[in-house]
Design a protein around this ligand. Structure first.
Ligand SMILES: C[S@@+](CC[C@H](N)C(=O)[O-])C[C@H]1O[C@@H](n2cnc3c(N)ncnc32)[C@H](O)[C@@H]1O
Length: 439
């Protein structure tokens, strides 16, 4: 596979030499503005009642708390990472496993649910970046933790405007652990196949592109891919460490007086011995080795099979300390109360990601969400959608745009990071990717 992608890139550069790069960029490479214009007559998306047929069957009793209590009593305190994993994705009644947690009736709302502009601009970004490197095929769109499937729905709407299933070999691959959310995603993208959810079968989306669901990246075919992780890494388990007089110690979770509580490990744990950078200057840190392992697998695939990754999440550049928190009904909640019934999350450490990726990929960004969306033409798209909207929709379009871009809402806290194969380094230096100028 590596050879195929390398050959494709070589071919691309050969064409460039013949046509002269500047000519190619203006004449052949699709230009962002033109693509924005092409999707202009795509109207406001329908938010319909895709989800009404899917019941919300959150467990009444707290099975996870009972299980954690028994486990801690039998084998001792657990790491925050083990706690997160149990509370979020335990097959018995993990938070994500059996309910729709998004939107006004859920616990939190994500950018693609707020405004169609978000997914459309990401769609244009992918199309543009893929086109700039010669549209290698077959092409896969691989999304980690697609939630309700709204982001990919918006991306495919854009792709189906700019390409057609018969013209391009594009397939979609969802990596989703939750059986309930797989159903929600299916109802959104291939409603005719509802209730057929399966990891072993492909389905055809309403746009005509095939889609397959996967438990892990390992089962996704090795081919040129556009990887997408939006608000996925913030749900990955983290370990927490505290600097003490005796050195770094791991924060663990114990069960005492009928409730869960934090304790500081008396001795170093395996995690505290291997996960802390000796130059670390903060006195409290959070590390997600599981995110690191997954990122390594994505980097390996990008390098060997070709691909581009876009990671968007709330995060920091190795500066924050305690970011572990819980949400219930859009309000902050005690992370140790009601496990399995509340969202648990921690900011993504983009410095850790950038350092892990350096020398293995070309790392672009991170830039703030506001910068990315504005660089990609969010204002132009908003203006166009407003022209076709009634008064109520105009209000919600404006509010959505504000939420996504305003510095005191999601504009600054959310960051975008892109990864490309190292073979493209010179090209990207000369012709930087769209969306990533610092504004
Ligand atoms: C915060 S939601 C993000 C939803 C979506 N990306 C969006 O922006 O609306 C996290 C998603 O990741 C999924 N998820 C969480 N942990 C996972 C894991 N270990 N493997 C696969 N999916 C996971 C959840 O089921 C959910 O779909």
């Amino acid at each position: 596979m590596k050879n195929e992608f390398t050959l494709c890139v070589k071919r691309f550069f050969q064409i460039n030499r013949t046509l002269k790069m500047s000519k190619l960029t203006t004449a052949i490479l699709p230009n962002l503005r033109r693509n924005l214009l092409k999707i202009n007559h795509l109207s406001n998306r329908s938010n319909g009642s895709y989800y009404s047929q899917i019941s919300n069957n959150a467990a009444k009793e707290n099975k996870i708390l009972d299980y954690l209590r028994a486990k801690i009593e039998a084998t001792g305190p657990i790491s925050v990472a083990d706690y997160m994993k149990e509370a979020l994705i335990s097959p018995c009644s993990g938070y994500y496993m059996s309910r729709d947690v998004f939107g006004t009736s859920g616990d939190f709302i994500t950018s693609p649910e707020i405004s169609q502009i978000f997914g459309e601009l990401i769609g244009i970004w992918y199309f543009n970046e893929w086109s700039r490197i010669g549209q290698p095929q077959p092409l896969q769109l691989v999304e980690f933790g697609p939630g309700r499937g709204t982001l990919t729905d918006d991306i495919l709407r854009v792709f189906s405007k700019l390409t057609s299933p018969s013209q391009y070999k594009l397939s979609v691959h969802f990596i989703e652990v939750s059986p309930h959310l797989r159903q929600v995603q299916m109802s959104r993208l291939c409603p005719e196949n509802l209730n057929e959810s399966s990891y072993d079968k492909s389905f055809i989306t309403k746009y005509g592109f095939p889609i397959t669901w996967h438990p892990h990246l390992t089962t996704v075919p090795e081919a040129f891919s556009l990887y997408l992780a939006h608000e996925f890494f913030d749900a990955m388990p983290i370990h927490k460490f505290q600097k003490t007089q005796d050195g770094w110690r791991e924060i663990l979770i114990d069960f005492k007086d009928n409730e869960l509580r934090y304790i500081i490990s008396r001795n170093p744990t395996a995690a505290s011995k291997v996960l802390i950078d000796e130059k670390e200057e903060r006195d409290h840190i959070e590390v997600s080795p599981e995110s690191g392992i997954l990122l390594e697998s994505i980097l390996k695939r990008i390098e060997e099979d070709g691909g581009i990754a876009l990671i968007a999440d709330y995060g920091h550049m190795g500066t924050k300390t305690d970011t572990f928190r819980a949400f219930k009904e859009h309000k902050l909640h005690d992370p140790l109360k009601n496990p399995g019934e509340v969202d648990l999350t921690a900011d993504v450490d983009f410095k850790y990601f950038s350092e892990l990726a350096k020398n293995k990929a070309v790392v672009v960004g991170p830039v703030s969400q506001a910068s990315f969306l504005k660089n990609m033409g969010a204002d132009i798209r908003l203006e166009k959608l407003m022209q076709f909207a009634d008064a109520a929709n105009q209000k919600s379009l404006k509010t959505g745009y504000e939420m996504l871009t305003s510095p005191d809402q999601m504009g600054e806290r959310f960051k975008f990071l892109a990864l490309y194969p190292t073979i493209l380094e010179d090209f990207l230096t000369k012709y930087p990717p769209a969306g990533f100028d610092q504004t």
